[in-house]
Design a protein around this ligand. Sequence first.
Ligand SMILES: [Fe+2]
Ligand SMILES: [Fe+2]
Length: 257
Amino acid sequence: MVDESFRNYRAEARASVRELYRLNHRFQTVEFVRAKQAEFLPKARRVMGIWEAMEFLDTLVDDSDPDTELPQIEHLLQTAEAIRRDGHPRWFALTGLIHDLGKVLCLFGEPQWAVVGDTFPVGCARSDTIVFPELFADNPDSRVPEYQTSGGIYQPGCGLANVLMSWGHDEYLYHVVGGHLPEEAGYVIRYHSFYPAHREGAYAHLMNDHDRAMLRWVRMFSAYDLYTKRSERPNVTALRPFYDELIAEYFPPTLRW
Ligand SMILES: [Fe+2]
Ligand SMILES: [Fe+2]
């Protein structure tokens, strides 16, 4: 179901998208990732429920988001609806509904380049399957010898859970919602922007059996995430009762963000 045109759209990026990756590739370093984890993983910014977070995120209007051109709430509902239509488990539709909620980071004042776009490991050699690899030239980590080998600071087969990923909405949301969801759902949320791995097959040397088992869900999910660009606009009001119930099945009324 993955349509090549969606990745082509990403490849023939608008100037704003290239600029986003210029900043992303310049500033995503081991030190930056550790600092952002320390800043946001205590989840002390806000207390809100899932639907409230969806409405909050929908106030974000930024056409330089390379992930979608739709209003955020429509992208979320379309992803969820496409999954539901294909008869997948309820948790998988819920994953579609919430997968981009980590983009509320933008509304907390974070720059787009530190929130959206494809992700990749830091602290080891970068795969040339990462978009715009030439834009890493000015990244300070490019001059740290320890980070230039394929394994870098990691043991072979250590598992992605032990790997520092470039900071963005995936990792952040995983820490907000992961504890309430099946493991597969948490994994999809955490790695859905990790295109170099789930699309290109890179970084296999850092993965363990758990990653290999879970990646199939990320790949399946990715088709729905991309697919929704062309489907009809969802009727938010009509869909809300179904999703309110689904949200309540897994989540408490509020979460810490
Ligand atoms: Fe995303
Ligand atoms: Fe998405």
